[in-house]
Ligand binder design. Structure first.
Ligand SMILES: NC(=O)c1ccc[n+]([C@@H]2O[C@H](COP(=O)([O-])OP(=O)(O)OC[C@H]3O[C@@H](n4cnc5c(N)ncnc54)[C@H](O)[C@@H]3O)[C@@H](O)[C@H]2O)c1
Length: 258
């Protein structure tokens, strides 16, 4: 029996890589995002490699929308075994004019949106998945995306840091609630992931890609997707309530995320 994964943010950089990586493992993927165009792109990528995927457009800040899509996934695939909440981002997620700013200057709508997508989204997607998994009675895996910023903090991104810190606390508490149902709840905390559009031939790009970690390597979406692949697999059956950092040791720096 092939497992079914509900993935939010699956149209984005880390989300699409994760969706394709899980599809390669034979997992059937419900590709969910607010952006209909990128949803179809990810579905196409999975079709191309012979995987099984279906796209759904949802806004993770609307609990009714999340519940509706979760139910549609069960109707379409017959079950749900995995939920990965990847949708998220810092200030810019609130719109193209939204800026990073000191908290004393930050605007309400930016704080609201950042907390809603990153943290409320994790609440709604985890709750919808847990209800289905409990009813199914066969356990499951819930993964929410945090960030090293949620562990260490980041100036001018207090909203983002708090939302990702909240994801870590949600992970610990929910793991305790869902343990009796054999549902594992974990969180993934990437550091600096180098997007393809970063020009690594410039000094600034090179520094960003290679010198912001102790391995001197570029972190790509695949590095993060590999961690998710492990956490949703049977190999992580005894791991719950944990946050896994994928940052090439960056957060070991005395200055933290400088
Ligand atoms: N890229 C990094 O360096 C990095 C580092 C640490 C943590 N993270 C976390 O990883 C996750 C993915 O990051 P990414 O780099 O792939 O970003 P991305 O912008 O490429 O992807 C985020 C996706 O979330 C979707 N989204 C935004 N608002 C939504 C909403 N309300 N409902 C549903 N979908 C919504 C976007 O459309 C987008 O496809 C985020 O949670 C981010 O905070 C990223």
């Amino acid at each position: 029996m092939n497992k079914v994964a509900f993935i939010t943010g699956a149209g984005g950089y880390l989300g699409s890589a994760t969706a394709v990586t899980l599809a390669k493992q034979g997992i059937q993927v419900a590709v969910c995002d607010i952006n209909a165009e990128t949803v179809s792109e990810t579905v196409k990528q999975i079709d191309k490699i012979g995987g099984v995927a279906k796209g759904y457009v949802l806004d993770v800040t609307e609990s009714k929308d999340v519940d509706r899509v979760a139910e549609e996934i069960v109707q379409d695939f017959g079950r749900m075994d995995i939920m990965v909440h990847i949708a998220g981002g810092s200030a810019r997620i609130a719109g193209k004019n939204a800026q990073y700013a000191p908290l004393v200057e930050q605007e309400d709508y930016i704080i609201d949106r950042v907390l809603k997508v990153n943290l409320y989204g994790a609440f709604y997607a985890s709750r919808a998945a847990a209800r289905i998994m409990i009813k199914q009675g066969e356990g499951g895996k819930i993964i929410n995306f945090s960030s090293t910023v949620g562990l260490n903090g980041l100036a001018y991104s207090v909203d983002y840091a708090a939302s990702k810190g909240g994801v870590i606390s949600l992970t610990k508490a929910l793991a305790k609630e869902l343990g009796p149902y054999k549902i594992n709840v974990n969180s993934v905390a990437p550091g600096v992931v180098c997007r393809p559009e970063v020009d690594t031939t410039t000094e600034q790009g090179k520094h960003y890609a290679y010198e912001t970690n102790f391995l001197g390597e570029k972190c790509t979406a695949q590095d993060v997707a590999n961690l998710v692949e492990f956490l949703v697999s049977d190999k992580s059956d005894f791991i719950t309530g944990q946050t896994y950092v994928c940052d090439g040791g960056r957060s070991l720096s005395m200055k933290g995320t400088d």
